[in-house]
Design a protein around this ligand. Structure first.
Ligand code: GLA
Length: 388
């Protein structure tokens, strides 16, 4: 990283920072409904080497421009911007995420000026593993140190979310940025997205003879395409019709009455049912983990997938096949993870069955004529931090 930075900018960086991708164990499309989520950080990270500048110029370079999955070499890859001129939606492509963080910090009246930044990443892009949040949060951590802002990880996550909402224009919730900023090794992060209370929940699968597989279907998911915003709008419509601030306020036992009140809006009914039952599933998972019964979360994960597929309608053929073929091959539980419409699924398996389950998923994809999935084991990694 330091070498690439030097080659690009002529001198060495002041430091190197890292932020991870994530998978979400349970709690999908609950974060913008003030609900509960439970992500864990992946070992895959986005690295940024950085140095401050005194002239208000922001220079951005990536080993993977335009989301290319392999490093692209060549001249003319540096995006150069004046921090003064940053305006929402004015910077397209990958550079919009880090530029948005600088913009969000300046909007918050934080003393942030220019910088030279060079990125590299092992977080798969478009795989539903939060490569955007990793990019934003790595940038936020770097600027926090370079400009001595002294902000806590959660505050940096909120600035990163603001960058994505208001600068890039994606109406995401707070889960991914908080995961990238606040996860800790060996834990899943329980987050209440209403008051941002967090709890690190021990998640040592290897110690229990279990594994969490990630199946990247290679179907590129794109949050900005309107379907995500439509789900969010549908949830807000449901909340308004029910007279609550957010769907978080509809308790599980109140669900039948809520659904009856939404008679006439079948779409809102389905969205509300997903969100209310999903919040319950997060609590069920926590209870099982607290009781030391990790295997019991399997059926909860699978029920979450059915809800996302049937009620929230954000799955796709490849995700359903990954889940179904994994379960048929003996997995304890499986579900799509992240925003949906492609991306990745997670599969909880006995260590002894991991290979056979992975093989069964791969074979089912081949038989269906789908692109071969990329399958790897998720070991809960560390949240964003300074590397050097
Ligand atoms: C995306 C968003 C998150 C969250 C998930 C769905 O990853 O960025 O805020 O809404 O989708 O749970």
């Amino acid at each position: 990283m330091a070498g690439a930075f030097r080659a690009a900018y002529g001198t060495g960086p002041a430091g190197i920072w890292a932020a991870p991708g994530r998978v979400n164990l349970i709690g999908e499309h609950t974060d913008y409904n003030d609900g509960f989520v439970m992500p864990l950080a992946l070992p895959h990270t986005t690295l940024v080497a950085a140095r401050p500048r005194t002239d208000g110029v922001l220079r951005l370079r990536s080993a993977h421009p335009a989301g290319a999955s392999a490093p692209v070499r060549g001249k003319g890859r540096t995006v150069e911007l004046a921090v003064e001129d940053l305006r929402p939606a004015a910077v397209g492509g990958w550079a919009g995420y880090p530029a948005g963080v600088v913009w969000a910090m300046r909007q918050a009246k934080l003393p942030v000026g220019g910088a030279d930044l060079h990125y590299d990443s092992t977080v798969p892009v478009g795989a539903g593993l939060s490569s955007s949040a990793a990019l934003e949060v790595a940038t936020a951590f770097a600027l926090n140190d370079l400009y001595g802002l002294g902000l806590a990880p959660q505050s940096l996550a909120q600035l990163a979310q603001r960058a994505e909402n208001a600068f890039v224009g994606v109406p995401c919730g707070i889960m991914d940025q908080t995961a990238a900023a606040c996860c800790t090794q060996g834990h899943a992060l329980f987050l209440d997205t209403r008051d941002l209370t967090r709890r690190q929940v021990p998640f040592d699968l290897a110690g229990e003879g279990l594994r969490l597989l990630v199946v990247d279907t290679r179907v590129k998911h794109e949050l900005g395409d309107g379907a995500y915003a439509a789900r969010r709008a549908g949830c807000e419509r449901g909340a308004r019709a029910l007279g609550v601030h957010a769907l978080r306020d509809v308790g599980y036992t109140q669900l039948p009455a809520a659904l009856a009140r939404l008679d006439g809006d079948p779409v809102a009914q389905r969205y509300v049912r997903h969100v209310v039952t999903e919040n319950r599933r997060v609590q069920d998972v926590i209870e099982h983990l607290d009781a030391g019964d990790t295997r019991a979360i399997g059926p909860v994960l699978s029920a979450g997938h059915a809800s996302l597929r049937d009620d929230f309608e954000i799955s796709c053929a490849e995700l359903d096949l990954a889940v179904d073929s994994a379960l048929a091959a003996g997995a304890l539980g499986a579900r799509m993870t992240g925003g949906g419409f492609g991306g990745s699924a997670i599969v909880l398996v006995e260590e002894a069955d991991a290979e056979a389950v992975g093989k069964a998923v791969t074979e089912s994809f081949a038989a269906a004529g789908h692109t071969a999935p990329r399958i790897f084991t998720a070991v809960p990694g560390q949240g964003a931090h300074r590397v050097e």
